[in-house]
Design a protein around this ligand. Structure first.
Ligand code: ADP
Ligand code: ASP
Ligand code: MG
Length: 411
């Protein structure tokens, strides 16, 4: 019998009615002769609610306690879905991460899965049960609960699929699959039948939250078939994340994504001498602040400006560090901006096509959107712009690359 891991996100289990609908979907899959492991997220909004409660109570809640708090959302849905399945005559049992020994490192709120012991799951499957696993959580070597970072239930599902060598890991969500852009922002975005692991990994790391980055990493590494599909309808087969070799010829650009989680800082008037970049980024790195894009202007009069971007939540911290080292570096001023966003285009087809950047930059110029920073790699181009232009930028770039649904059906 084929094993399927089916993960249901927050909206998909957002109410009692939705949980019942999910139970019916699983029951149909079981009736079709499959063995199913279900993985659930917390009900929509619950993780945010719990997080806000913690923040309200304490300015700096202990990471260990935050994970006990945050993981409770998934505990609730695993029990409810298990009950719903039982009522439908399907044998089911709920499991917390610790009960199926999803062991992780100890980085609370961003823990990495180290090992899964599939024994309980296999024995349940062999006895005709549907295990219903609380996603997003694990346990460290001290026995403390950990969570895997926002969107982490996707990672739980893929890790279980890898451990069980499942036929497919199916991520059921509130859209029909992976689109050429966030379908909530670009109404005529096109549903993709397939996308490569490489492209999906870029999209996930550059802001698209339809799949967690780690889940794509895991599935790619172990070549586990991964599919995104709707829990609300059966109309489409969803999007299969696949290897390049197996897909048809790819368009130049497969998708466009954005991230609001950005901020930039600039040190003005630093001496243009060797070693300056290290002197700036060294102290930033020692504070565990992640730096993304970096730009150093061509110096004039022996002076230059040095700009870099960080996650928005790290902005104040980074600003403090720069203020402290400013004098020692002989910089004239520190300035920054928390109202910037990153917009990226991704596609393996870029490898063999020149001029992709020009299409993107022309589209932005036409809308008079000023580009603040640019970075490129083999299969992506990212730009930083003012936040107020984000939607306009995404839509116009999407159009410029002819990605809309209409463009395809008219072709
Ligand atoms: P879940 O709660 O099921 O995990 P998420 O909210 O984490 O769902 O992810 C699904 C959402 O991802 C969609 O509602 C959609 O707005 C967003 N999204 C962003 N980019 C894309 C994309 N390229 N294709 C599909 N959905 C996307
Ligand atoms: N409930 C967690 C979150 O909202 C994990 C998940 O849904 O994947 O991030
Ligand atoms: Mg998600």
């Amino acid at each position: 019998m084929a094993v399927y891991v089916q993960k249901f996100g927050g909206t998909s289990v957002g109410s009692v009615e939705r949980i019942l609908a999910v139970a019916k979907r699983i029951a149909n899959s079981v009736a079709a002769g499959n063995q199913v492991v279900a993985v659930v997220s917390a009900m929509s909004g619950e993780t945010n609610r719990l997080s806000a409660l913690g923040a309200e109570l304490s300015a700096a809640p202990a990471a260990r306690e935050m994970d006990v708090l945050l993981s409770s959302g998934e505990q609730v849905t695993s029990a409810l879905l298990s009950m719903a399945l039982t009522d439908l005559g399907i044998k089911a049992r709920s499991y917390l991460g610790s009960q199926i020994k999803i062991t992780t490192d100890s980085s609370h709120q961003k823990a990495r899965i180290e090992h899964i012991d599939p024994e309980n799951l296999l024995s349940d499957l062999n006895n005709g049960f549907v295990p219903v696993v609380a996603g997003f959580q694990g346990v460290n070597s001290d026995g403390d609960i950990t969570t895997l970072g926002r969107g982490g239930s996707d990672t739980t599902a893929v890790a279980i699929a890898v451990a069980l060598q499942a036929e497919e890991c199916q991520i059921f969500t509130d859209v029909d699959g992976v689109y050429t852009a966030d379908p909530r922002m670009v109404k005529d975005a096109r549903l993709l039948e397939t996308i490569t692991f490489e492209e999906m990994l870029e999209l996930a790391s550059l802001g698209s939250k339809v799949l967690s980055q780690r889940s794509v990493e895991f599935a790619g590494k172990y070549a586990t078939p991964l599919r995104v599909l709707s829990s609300f309808s059966n109309e489409f087969p969803g999007t299969l994340i696949t290897n390049e070799e197996t897909s048809m010829e790819k368009p130049v650009v497969s998708g466009i994504t954005y991230s609001r989680d950005e901020a930039k800082l600039t040190l003005l008037g630093v001496p243009d001498i060797p070693g300056v970049a290290a002197k700036i980024l060294g102290p930033i790195g020692r504070e565990n602040i992640e730096v993304d894009m970096i730009v150093q202007n061509v110096g004039a009069d022996g002076m230059t400006d040095f700009t870099f971007t960080v996650k928005r939540e790290a902005y104040d911290h980074a600003l403090n560090v720069l203020e402290k080292i400013k004098g020692e570096l002989g910089a004239s001023m520190v300035i920054g901006d928390k109202t910037i966003v990153k917009v990226s285009v991704v596609g393996v087809g870029m490898r063999s096509h020149a001029g992709v950047a020009t299409i993107m930059f022309d589209a932005l110029a036409e809308e008079s959107i000023n580009i603040l920073m640019i970075s490129t790699s083999e299969i992506k181009i990212s730009i930083v712009i003012a936040e107020r232009y984000m939607e306009l930028a995404v839509r116009s770039i999407h159009k410029a690359f002819g990605l809309s649904d209409k463009a395809v059906s008219e072709a």
